[in-house]
Design a protein around this ligand. Sequence first.
Ligand code: T4K
Length: 389
Amino acid sequence: MKQVSSESTFDAAHNLNGNIFVTRPDLPPLEDFIPYLEQIWDRKWLTNNGLFHQELEEKLAQFLGVKYVSLFSNGTLALVTALQVLRITGEVITTPYSFVATTHALNWNDITPVFCDIEPETMNLDPKKLEMLITPKTSAILPVHIYGNPCAVEEIQKIADIYGLHIIYDACHAFGVNIDGQSVLNFGDLSVLSFHATKIFTTMEGGAIVTDNKKLKDRIDYLKNFGFADETTVMAPGINGKMNEMQAALGLLQLESVKENIKRRQEISVNYREKFKDIPGIGFLTDAENVQHNYAYFPIFVDDQKYGMQRDQLYEAFKQEHIYSRRYFYPLISEFPMYRGLASAGQENLPVASRISRQVITLPLYPTLTEEQQDKVIAVVKNNCGAGK
Ligand code: T4K
């Protein structure tokens, strides 16, 4: 077998040895993947709505409790296409507290993002601050279920109904989340998922649009395939957003273990919460009674006055111990050069988001995180309390 690069070169480049990362993908045993590869090789059908692709769309819809799933090669292209399929134009109200792809998807559609502040409890778009941002140019709302915590879906829907706006949820963190027993993906016009390597359900790269409307599902399928409705009809300037058979095969395997994955994440989250509850100045999210959570991330929020150390000092202290946490989501999207000139981007308009983004550290959380590794993470938080200069 040809060796592309030696393991040690890769390990050094990615600092793998002994390090603790914010996340690690939950992969099935390699031997379980081989039979899928054999089928792909036998069929010589690699992409363009192959059998695994079809099977995954059906099984995902069943698993998630939604009507239709249209698979994509990644979540960003799914977001771009969701905006296209609903013909969203003008201005869209969105949250600055997210991964940058949320707003980039608007930019790629020539839509002006309008940033709305977030709620301090959920870190999701604040419906109380939404209405005043609506103008005659507003055509949609693009909220994010951040960390998998559901937005105020009913309140947002009410406002959208009054003003005749579409809602597209960036649900990239919200795989498997239910509210009152039903999927959070069923709210709004469309929901978009990401299956990136860092997500709880992964197809290496990947994503999906969820809809309950068959006609929309068909149009989404055309759009992700260059706009082809049949061999000779191109209904719109579509894109190539298709998921391939290898990705879909991994997705089918992931479906077998994702419940266990979420259970394990829950156990680790419970452990973190228990250990952090008496540390002054360390805030964290708790479970809502009517929500079935997916424990996708474990963000803590550092109040430097009470904790006695600044967030960035703690972030560096983790690194000293070879723990690579992340500041999801800092900086705010509205602070990046391509967006900071927008009228809605000023810090004075986004006080909660600005504060939260300067307090957040997202801790390592993934099914194979050992007790010893958890103890190491907890010890850094405990030992640095009051240690700031
Ligand atoms: N909307 C929201 C709300 C999102 O969070 C995202 C993506 C999107 C839209 C767009 O969806 P996609 O187009 O990506 O499907 C990561 C991911 O790249 C990104 O998908 C994700 N959100 C974002 C929150 O996080 P980085 O820059 O932090 O990733 P990276 O490569 O530094 O990985 C973080 C850690 O994960 C590494 O330190 C180690 C571990 N890791 C990573 C990869 C890629 C692995 O163990 N194996 C791997 O293969 O952005």
